[in-house]
Design a protein around this ligand. Structure first.
Ligand code: TTP
Ligand code: MG
Length: 413
């Protein structure tokens, strides 16, 4: 097997470059070489999903407020994302990736871990696979990606970042990994986000070497996460590549940002009903039920709050989720709202045997008639056929458009 390391796994992490933006550029070469920003449009509310590397030179980043992006890059080209297209591309990518992996773990549309230990045989074989994936992605899909080959998942992810875009980088052993990062800032470790980095910095822990030398302090500051970091700082990460299964998700939620703040909480309740249907749809696809219900709000001052409650039974019903979310909404401060979300957590896969017990709490007949009543009433208020268009409303774009229509046409109850 692989001779260059003694851990026994060879893992590839592959991550597409500026994914959404690159797909748009591929399909419209006039965009090539330009600062392209995918997300909201400058006059709308919202954030940057991603941007081309040319736009990154202006300081534009994923998740940045779109107004800030426009301030930094007024000459940029701004476009809405086209999710259906990206999903289709992702399927193509997945087919290429799967050819070379015994197990592949998709992390998002554009990113996966591949366990290539068997197929590769040795390090040279892994190198060949890494190169092949890059070549086929370019030839067959017309896009560039960055590939990291390493002895562990953490190192493979780090390797794919190391030489981006169109990168290829190897980290064969834990020794190589430690040599590479020991004097870098703690934020080089991908589980260290802004908040965690701040906490560590404030305690004087600036680099990976500091983590190595102050393990007790790191654990005291960060608990379980700290313990993980003290391992990773020495290159220890034995996690296996596990196939991604949507049913393993810990929660399912949907949210929308309004183009103008909403002051009327009756309108919010109507929006919660649509969100509840979207969550029900997703839960249904994977036969999931949740015991916990959450409501999320972001107020106009950007303060976000979430409220949740655990039910005595688990549900996948939009009616139940809606009713619970509305009750939670009644308990919060009624300030103007820019974002509202609803979700289920504490998920478990529904089993037939539980259905009988379930019926004690949620009679299927009653739920069905309530569902119809709620949708009819909603349709009546806005003059829209919600029941007939649910399939479309489950899609993000239509959901946003519908919610904006509701906001503009809301006249009170
Ligand atoms: P990333 O792989 O994080 O970013 P990227 O592929 O655009 O760029 P990079 O070359 O740095 O890998 O995310 C993949 C896609 O996921 C990205 O194209 C858009 C989407 N996305 C969001 O919608 N919002 C976000 O905050 C992030 C980080 C990504
Ligand atoms: Mg990417």
């Amino acid at each position: 097997m692989n001779t260059n390391n003694n851990i026994g796994q060879i893992i590839i992490h592959v991550d597409m470059d500026a994914f959404y933006a690159s797909v748009e550029i591929r399909d419209n070469p006039a965009l090539r070489g330009k600062p392209l920003i995918i997300g909201s449009l400058p006059h709308e509310r919202g954030v940057v999903a991603t941007c081309s590397y040319e736009a990154r030179k202006f300081g534009v980043r994923s998740a940045m407020n779109i107004k800030e992006a426009f301030r930094r890059c007024p000459q940029g080209i701004y476009m809405h994302p086209n999710f259906d297209k990206y999903k289709a591309v992702s399927e193509q990518l997945n087919n290429i990736w799967n050819t070379y992996a015994t197990v592949s773990q998709r992390i998002s549309l554009d990113e996966a871990y591949l366990d290539v230990t068997e197929q590769a045989g040795d390090w040279e074989g892994a190198r060949r696979i890494g190169r092949l994936i890059k070549q086929r992605t370019l030839d067959e899909v017309g896009l560039t990606c960055s590939v990291g080959v390493a002895y562990s998942k953490t190192a493979a992810k780090m390797a794919s970042e190391e030489d981006k875009p169109d990168g290829y980088f190897e980290i064969p052993t834990s020794g190589d990994f430690v040599d590479l990062i020991i004097d870098r800032d703690v934020s080089v470790l991908y589980t260290v986000g802004e908040q965690t980095a701040k906490k560590l910095h404030e305690a004087g822990i600036m680099t990976v070497r500091d983590i190595q030398q102050h393990q007790e302090l790191v654990v005291r500051l960060l608990g379980k996460h700290g313990r993980w970091l003290t391992q990773v700082a020495f290159g220890i990460d034995d996690r296996k590549v596990v196939p991604y299964r949507p049913q393993d998700a810990k929660s399912i939620s949907r949210e929308v940002t309004f183009q103008k703040d909403v002051r009327d909480y009756e309108l919010l309740k109507d929006v919660l009903l649509l969100l509840a249907f979207c969550v029900e749809h997703r839960a249904g696809r994977y036969s999931l039920r949740g015991k916990g219900v959450t409501l999320k709000l972001t107020y106009s001052n950007m303060q976000s709050i979430s409220r949740s409650r655990l039910l005595s039974f688990s549900t996948a019903s939009a009616v139940t989720l809606y009713r619970e979310a509305v009750q939670l909404l009644d308990t919060v401060d009624h300030q103007p709202v820019r974002l509202v979300g609803a979700g289920l957590y504490n998920l478990a896969q529904g089993e037939q045997g539980q259905m009988v017990l379930q019926d004690l709490f949620e009679d299927p007949g009653t739920l069905e008639s309530q569902r119809k009543e709620l949708l009819d009433a909603l349709g009546h208020r806005y003059g829209l056929d919600f029941a007939g268009h649910l399939e479309q409303i489950y899609q993000m774009d239509t959901l946003h458009k519908t919610v904006e229509y509701m906001r503009k046409h809301f006249k009170g109850l």
